[in-house]
Design a protein around this ligand. Structure first.
Ligand code: ADP
Length: 403
């Protein structure tokens, strides 16, 4: 099956085209990114497997024309990877917020669209863009089934004690204020793959997954199901991130708003876009830069580095206790995949439990592998995340009998 995976933002369309022979056997045919939709200099970067990358700058006024451009470049005689876009069997869309409506991936119909629309309240930056993407795809490929895969769905197995905040209960009933979590597709993928790499039976396992990227979250997983996760009502809660503050005393918010005379929108912007690495170190939200500044002796950059390690440590420690032990700790996403020192420093904090990293293996590993020493009490793995593959698998599963 040829499956197109779409991750649609308000001004961008990221795509991957996969040839899925089965869940395990597949080939990535092409991937790419269309940026700056709505501007005169929209840019598409198209990477066909085995061919040269193509970059085109041209005006793409809206998402429908954007989807048409993606389909035409995928079937282009020179840089394309299929002869005709009628070869596409199904489309899978990444959706950031499905709230309590979606406990798994589903086929798109009008009822599903209505619920994704209701969830815009919880993800005002993301869900409206996803809706644009689905509608655009319905216009350009009206006969092709579409599936939606939610970042929140994996976390729907949490119990009330994990997802409820100790606020007046009516805010949960009236406004749906509760923990939803995020990065669920990634946590699910790396826990499944991690169990395989570690030789564990997923249905009889305690796994902690650390997705440490520009956005970061840690999840506790028992027998393949999410028990707890660090992101909350929105992807702001949890640990320090590139531009997000993570957990803070909620009273800080009205205190700063009063002192600085800020509106709710201005404060939201500060918490989400001006805090975290950029807020503390003041120079960059990118871990590569922060590490560079720290190595040059910048104390505030060093503070960021130390806080990242501490925040992960505190979450992992809490989740070990919640799970009653742990069989596998998994590291994934941009920061954790590319910075061996971070994995080593976190694991050092669990030496008292017998966790031992194999330094040499950890330093050189880039692909999915066990990075703990053979005599470590807990296995530790590096698993590069692949949310698109997970979306393609769900899309295949839900459409294979109807096409
Ligand atoms: P997102 O949450 O946007 O998907 P990523 O998972 O791509 O984020 O992670 C982005 C982070 O990963 C950035 O802070 C970046 O500095 C870090 N990163 C990416 N590549 C490297 C690298 N080669 N070395 C060090 N850090 C890296």
């Amino acid at each position: 099956m040829i499956i197109l995976v779409i991750n649609c933002g308000s001004s961008s369309i990221k795509y991957q085209l996969l040839d899925m022979k089965s869940e395990e056997q597949y080939a990535l045919l092409a991937k790419g990114n269309l940026e700056k939709i709505g501007l005169p200099d929209s840019k598409i970067t198209h990477k066909p497997t085995g061919k040269e990358t193509v970059v085109r700058i041209q005006s793409v006024p809206d998402h429908t024309l954007g989807m048409q451009l993606v389909l035409s470049i995928l079937s282009d005689p020179v840089c394309g990877v299929i002869q005709d876009f009628s070869q596409i069997d199904a489309v899978g869309h990444r959706i950031v917020q499905g709230a309590s409506y979606f406990k798994g991936s589903v086929l798109v119909d009008e009822d599903v669209m209505e619920k994704i629309q209701i969830c815009c309240d919880y993800a005002p930056l993301h869900n409206p863009a996803h809706i644009l993407g689905i509608r655009a795809m319905q216009k350009v490929l009206p006969e092709v089934p579409q599936v939606v895969v939610f970042d929140t769905a994996f976390h729907q197995t949490m119990e009330a004690k994990n997802y409820m905040y100790a606020l007046p209960y009516e805010y949960y009933e009236k406004y749906g204020v509760r923990r939803y979590g995020a990065h669920g597709t990634s946590h699910q993928y790396v826990s499944q793959k991690g169990a395989k790499v570690a030789g564990l039976d997923l249905n009889n396992s305690r796994i902690i997954t650390c997705h440490i990227g520009n956005g970061s979250s840690v999840t506790a997983i028992r027998n393949g199901k999410c028990v707890d996760t660090s992101m909350g009502f929105t992807p702001l809660e949890g640990m320090i991130m590139g531009t997000r503050c993570g957990i803070i005393d909620a009273n800080i918010v009205p205190y700063i708003m009063k002192k600085e005379n800020l509106t709710p929108d201005q404060m939201t912007d500060i918490l989400n876009k001006k805090s975290g690495f950029i807020g503390l170190c003041g120079k960059s939200s990118d871990m590569r830069d922060v590490v560079g500044f720290a190595e040059e002796g910048d104390p505030r950059a060093q503070l960021v580095v130390d806080k990242v390690v501490l925040d992960i440590t505190k979450l992992v420690a809490a989740y070990i206790a919640e799970l009653g032990g742990v069989d596998l700790i998994v590291f994934t996403a941009g920061i954790a995949e590319n910075n061996p020192w971070l994995r080593e420093d976190v694991c050092k904090n669990f030496e008292f439990l017998g966790v031992k990293i194999d330094k040499e293996v950890n330093d050189r590993t880039r692909d999915a592998a066990i990075i703990s020493a053979p005599d470590s009490s807990v296995k530790v793995a590096l698993i590069p995340t692949d949310e698109e593959l997970m979306i393609a698998r769900d899309t295949m599963r839900l459409t294979k009998d109807i096409i």
